[in-house]
Design a protein around this ligand. Structure first.
Ligand code: NAD
Length: 334
């Protein structure tokens, strides 16, 4: 969050940025759907608060250090759990908006702001909850914090990998249900198993490094990754189909794009090594939930651990995956 606050200050609040170099860094780039844009800082002064202070609207829970940093130069309005209509109303008096992933910064938001919104800061990696086309049309800068939670995401991926291999959630539920099923819940070993890292970027490569420490063989699929970087980490880059055929565990770390949407679908699950385990800490949309449910039913996939969902928070009722643990858990695949 502090990284993002600095970015917003640096590019939007020129007087606060005095003493900084003013150049976009690779850590804090301005993104449009077409190109990186050059920021004309001089054109961005004059905020909406009395006295010309800019107004920064924050719609999700953020860390205090970043908020304090912003307060030095801006009027900060923290308004959580806004409905889309409330956001469209609040945005009219904001110069900057800071969100995580729950707030959908749609075209309607930019229309309501009517050109008055100068910057949207996304406290996190992707910018898929921001309509970049509308941002570009309305001359609004979109910035993110691409490395802010890399290690946290990688550690969480490893936590899910271990929990999935050793049935930690199942054992917890079983014991809380008054049972003692040690033999059934022993799980599988990770050592000498193959982890297929799908998306060998910042998070994927951190997961790979940690999985090697667990004694796993790590392969990766990433059409854009450097062979040299992979080799240096003892990771073999492979094709998508090769990864599907060889992985005992799959850890997904690609961005959600039109090319990766529902990449794990019926077709992929038909090719996956039987009994593989799938972990997703990337984005919900990269898996077709109905296809995963079918793969779990058929045993093509033994288990899955999901940190992300297409719709967040997910609707439990009618969801093809949530709740199936309680209904179907009989340890057949433990
Ligand atoms: N769950 C969380 O809290 C959390 C936290 C951080 C990041 N993320 C998500 O994790 C993902 C990875 O983040 P990152 O910071 O490592 O991003 P990154 O941009 O560093 O890495 C993504 C990698 O995916 C690769 N890629 C693109 N298309 C691909 C494809 N078709 N198949 C395989 N790989 C492909 C890219 O070449 C890149 O190397 C993103 O979706 C991000 O939004 C989630």
């Amino acid at each position: 969050m502090a990284e993002l606050a600095l970015t917003v200050i640096k590019y939007y609040l020129p007087e606060a940025a005095a003493g900084t170099d003013g150049c976009p860094s690779s850590q804090a780039r301005a993104i449009t759907n077409k190109r990186f844009i050059t920021v004309n800082r001089g054109a961005m002064s004059g905020g909406k608060a009395p006295g010309g202070k800019p107004v920064v609207l924050i719609t999700e829970k953020l860390g205090d250090p970043g908020i304090e940093m912003l307060k030095e130069t801006a009027e900060v309005v923290v308004a959580l759990n806004l409905t889309p209509d409330q956001l469209n109303e609040q945005i009219k008096r904001a110069d900057a908006l800071i969100v995580r992933s729950a707030t959908k910064v749609t075209r309607a938001v930019f229309e309501a702001a009517n050109g008055g919104l100068k910057v949207v800061g996304r406290a996190g990696v992707g910018v898929d909850n921001v309509d970049l086309g509308a941002a570009t049309e309305y001359g609004c800068l979109v910035v993110n914090a691409p490395t802010a939670n890399t290690v946290a995401a990688a550690e969480h991926g490893i936590a899910l990998l271990c929990a999935l291999a050793r049935n930690v959630a199942q054992a917890d539920a079983s014991m809380r249900g008054g049972k003692w099923e040690r033999g059934k819940l022993v799980g599988v070993s990770m050592v000498d198993k193959t982890l297929a890292v799908m998306g060998f970027g910042k998070v994927g490569s951190e997961v790979a490094r940690r999985a090697r420490g667990l004694g796993m063989t790590v392969i990766a699929h990433d059409p854009y990754a450097s062979e040299d970087k992979a080799r240096a980490q003892g990771v073999q880059l492979v094709s998508f189909d090769d990864a599907l055929a060889r992985g005992d565990f799959f850890s997904l770390h690609m961005p959600l794009t039109p090319g990766t949407k529902k990449m794990f679908n019926d077709d992929a699950f038909a090719k996956i090594k039987k009994g593989a385990r799938v972990i997703n800490v990337a984005r919900g949309g990269v898996i077709d939930d109905d296809a995963l449910a079918r793969a779990l039913d058929s045993g093509a996939v033994a288990a899955a651990a999901l940190d992300v969902f297409e719709e967040e928070p997910p609707k439990v009722e009618g969801h093809p995956l949530i709740g199936r643990f309680a209904e179907t858990f009989d340890c057949a695949n433990c």
